[in-house]
Design a protein around this ligand. Sequence first.
Ligand code: ATP
Ligand code: MG
Length: 748
Amino acid sequence: GASGPPTLLDNLNAAQRLAVRSDRDTVAILAGPGSGKTHTLTSRVAWLIDHVGYKPEHVIVATFTVKAAREMKERIGKALGNGREKRIILGTFHSIARRYLAAYGQRIGLDQKFGIADDADSRAIIQRIIKRLQLTLDPPMARGWISKRKAKGTGDNAQAKPQFGGNQSQRTRELETCYAEYQSHLERSNLLDYDDLLVKCVELLTKFPSCVSNIQSVLIDEYQDTNGVQYELMRLFAQKHRRITIVGDPDQSIYGWRSAEIRNLFKLLQDYPGTDEISLEENYRSSSRILDVSLQVIQQDEKRYKKVLLPVHQKGTKPVLRKLRTSSIEAEWIVSEIRRSILMSGKMITHDDIAILLRSAFLSRHIETALGKAGIPYRMVGGFKFYERAEIKVILDYLRVIHQPNNNDSLARVINTPKRGVGEATIKALLEEAEKASMSLWDLLVKHCRGDRRANTNIKKNVENKLSGDFIRLILGIQKRVQEATPEKPFTLVEMIEQLLASLKFEKYLEDTYGEDHEGRWANVKEFLGLAKDFMKEAQDTEAEALPEVEGVDQVKEVEILPRFLANVSLSSDAQKTDEDQEQKPMITISTIHAAKGLEWPVVFVPSAYNGSIPHMRSEDSDEERRLLYVAMTRAKALLYLSCPQYSSHGHGEELELSPFLEPVPLHYFAERGPSFDRPVLEELGRILNRQVPLEADIYTSMPMLVSTEDDAFPIDPEDTYKVSSRDWNGSGGSSAGVSRPSKRQKL
Ligand code: ATP
Ligand code: MG
């Protein structure tokens, strides 16, 4: 056939090219990390639009994170030109579902002004129900149960009853009660939780297939982590033409705890016979030594679906496995290795190239402290919820009340913030009163304050005055400005937030409430304003969220920016300002492993690799934990550092064991300390990263009095480092073959 535009098929190997150009309706690429799945999917999207001729607005692309969506859009944009990528319906399953519900949800009885209950909201609601009804349930467990129950889907994946001993045990009954209460609470407050977004969208597209009758093709990245409802949604999006492309890797399935089902992979092959199955067998990301050691870990799982994965790159330096006495010493060691790699490489490696990947968000504490002391800039991604900071939540709750005053939860949280003399007891009484009168808290307050005294009133006169004069007038005032805004005289989101902050005297409030801490918090508020500005800019130049017209199908156009902004906040766990600022300093990244999926860095640290952290002590699926470690390790291109503290920094400082996933890996796969960064090492790193070794690098290697070894960079008490495992580095069996460089002092 004719060859496509040059940019589309360049940088693809033969198998990738086959996948990009496949003219089968369904294409499935199952392949290992770094084999170019995302790269191939991106190219296929561009191919379908540019070569096959689908309109961008008739293509749906689902990614797993907001960040991945943004990156993919950018890459497609480069291949397509003309800004056509902006019209693609591209985002996470949740954000795509939300867009459909905003446009068509009224057909299934949704109130157009629905809000979204994020994870924290859901948790809080469930906690309150459990307390109020005096149930004996553990709140996170109940939350997980309810979510699983919803996520199992409505298709033949459905598995309504949980597997507990007796059919109607006390616990099951309590769970059912809690579920029912939770659901009716959401409905009353006109909220959808994450699961509802998907479930309702399934309902919509099942009943009204015409809403997606324009869709030509559906493409999905990270397919291994889709759950039953998402599978259903994919099937419905593609119901007209049944054209689906999926890419995924069963070895990287890490969301089983959120009901992701690897089985969906095999279901797809059954449901769509004639699928073009393509495997990619070359790893373009990591050095062969990093790949080898990662495979040593994943191969411990004997039930796994085996695939070929061969390195394209050279050997590189050995991954480092190091045990240090405590978490804070571990963190200092990481800092010294970061500095050394930047300095010794003559800045071939910069801060931007480095990531520290953590099993749990709480593990960041020591690392943040050490980085802070050393003045190394960092950004946090995933799990570290910017939007869950107290000062930000207050602003968000106000915005939610402005948008949707009958959201009792948000209203009850801010009615006395800043303090207005409305105590807990009053709020509780008001809520009960509202419930009795079957009205929302907001309607009740407005009624009271307008002097309608038919309802028996529980509010004291002075409180009432404060509420009506201050709180209610504030909300009504902003709502009024929203209504009066016109395209010529707009009332922007940023203006709204600024007015809110001014009316609340927010800076003063922070000062009064947080004392010494208030400056940092005010800085967060400013950051939040920056995010709102970014959002406005993006929304403007993409007309973003609105769906394309489908002939003969009416839709509601979302004109207001506030609900879109609020939804965006609820759906992105990885808030981060976009890097339009050219002057942005290079920064290292601290991320959870879950949020690092699909990404890559030249240098990766995986600290706290101890038993109890990975596998996590509360995890029930140790295979999934192993896959998680595999995902972390395979993010690294050139340098991989695994480490583990000897003693816990919690409780009584118990001794910790190395992760059982690393323990069986023969020690000759590892080095005991970071590489020397002499010329030959740097040359090889340069080839792997496709970079030139800068001349400055030679300064350090040629002048021995400058820092050149880890011993100099990290001169610590020999007492502070310990044997990596029960086996001795230098002990019998010759396992010291793994040591890249004889150390001057014998520490281990
Ligand atoms: P993961 O499973 O971790 O998501 P992946 O299979 O999606 O990995 P990509 O992220 O698409 O892999 O690609 C990994 C790296 O390899 C990227 O830097 C990509 O640009 C590069 N790459 C992919 N294919 C090729 C190729 N044919 N030639 C050169 N580089 C490639
Ligand atoms: Mg990928």
